[in-house]
Write a protein that binds this ligand. Structure first.
Ligand SMILES: O=P(O)(O)OC[C@H]1O[C@](O)(CO)[C@@H](O)[C@@H]1O
Length: 398
């Protein structure tokens, strides 16, 4: 074990055996990040019930808005990306995630602002709630009960969905996302129905079960994904807009939980530039030096190398939910797998399952969420405590 600055201790080389030792897992996860993450399905059900009590119906009183702005930062900000992708390219109004304080200059009485903050106190969400009120935009707020955000919503006489606080915010993705989607449903912008919510919750429960700490690495998809990523520079690309949201989410959790550098984004965009990484010093150049006779399961390459994680959507219905033909996305996903294989870059594929956009998204997020935690634990890092975030806030506020 080594100690870094800020009292963070961990080991440079991952201890894979630790992943199959439930006592050691619990010891390294004192805040219960695995347990919080396993509550994703319950979060969907709870938030759906809380949203149903929040009088979201008033949002629809003035009809369809000109635009919807989802204001928040970090995980709260990701909920805006989820809404934009679930609403899809045929959504009749622009859906705009906004990650800085306040709201865009054009926001006015014709628009809706959804302010989201797990703690209920981020300057970004608070600034947006206040600006929306000042400009006469319709407002709905989602966040911790009895928070500054709740007070701001009350001042604006706006609906507020009180989402119980879990620390840290990134363990609350589903709790925050569902009220955002249900607010948009009230406005007629998404088709998410009760069955979609129930099936998404069931999918998250089933994945949490497959990824539970007592399920050993050879049957646990999150542990095996973590072991594959250990020591690598992960590249996470999503084959569709939906899968790209999941890819960016994996970028968030790999950075914050596992403290790994990661390249994440859309495969379509990557194919026009970032795919060049596969040929570089962490890709083809180092892989070319590997002993081709070594047992791929035994050998852990010495040079840092890339590991590609491809999140494949496959789409639901080519007519309805994609802005380019499904076949194009699929061909591109096949192509990058071939390219990685030619360079000797290992590739993990997670394929979406489920009958709705939300369930498919859940199926691309659940296993990677757990993998990021197992990767942290293999390195002896507490996946919950990220002192650099607090230190950064303190330094920035000086
Ligand atoms: O959802 P909140 O509480 O507004 O926080 C926004 C972001 O800020 C952090 O709390 C870090 O300060 C993240 O964990 C979070 O996603």
């Amino acid at each position: 074990m080594i100690d870094g600055t800020a009292g963070v201790s961990g080991r440079r080389d991952p201890d894979e055996a630790l992943l199959d030792n439930p006592d050691a897992l619990a010891e390294h996860d004192p805040g219960g990040m695995l347990r919080h993450t396993a509550s994703a399905g319950a979060q969907v059900r709870e938030s759906a019930a809380l949203a149903a009590e929040a009088n979201l119906g008033v949002l629809a009183d003035d009809g369809r808005p000109r635009a919807v702005v989802i204001a928040g930062i970090g995980t709260a900000g990701r909920t805006g990306d989820v809404l934009a992708t679930v609403a899809g390219p045929r959504c009749p109004v622009p859906v705009i995630p906004h990650r800085s304080a306040g709201v865009p200059g054009w926001v006015g009485a014709a628009d809706v602002v959804i302010a989201v903050s797990a703690s209920g106190r981020s300057p970004e969400a608070l600034g947006a709630a206040e600006a929306a009120h000042r400009r006469g935009a319709r407002l709905v707020a989602v966040g911790a009960p009895d928070s500054q955000l709740q007070a701001a919503a009350e001042r604006a006489r706006a609906p507020f969905v009180p989402v119980p606080r879990r620390a840290p915010a990134r363990a609350s993705l589903w709790a925050l996302t569902v009220p955002v989607l249900l607010a948009a449903r009230t406005l007629g912008l998404v088709k998410v129905n009760e069955a979609d919510l129930a099936e998404t919750a069931a999918r998250l429960d089933a994945d949490a079960d497959r990824c539970r700490p007592t399920a050993e690495s050879f049957v646990n998809p999150a542990k095996s994904l973590a072991i594959g990523l250990a020591g690598s520079v992960p590249i996470v690309w999503g084959s569709s807009p939906l899968a790209t949201v999941a890819a960016r989410r994996f970028g968030d959790t790999l950075s914050a939980n596992s403290r790994y550098p990661v390249v994440s984004g859309a495969l379509g965009e990557a194919g026009r530039g970032r795919v060049g990484l596969l040929d570089g010093v962490f890709g083809g150049l180092v892989e070319g030096e590997r002993d081709i006779f070594a047992d791929p399961d035994e050998e852990r390459p010495t040079g840092t190398r890339l590991r590609l994680v491809l999140l494949r959507d496959g789409g639901l219905n080519a007519e309805d939910d994609t802005d380019e033909p499904l076949a194009v996305e699929e061909r591109r996903a096949d192509a990058v797998q071939t390219l990685a294989e030619r360079r000797g870059v290992r590739c993990d594929v997670v394929t979406a399952e489920g009958g709705s956009a939300l369930e498919r998204l859940a199926s691309l997020i659940a296993v990677p969420d757990f993998a990021s935690i197992y990767l942290a634990l293999a390195h002896g890092l507490d996946p919950m405590a990220v002192p650099a975030i607090t230190e950064m806030k303190e330094l920035a506020n000086q």
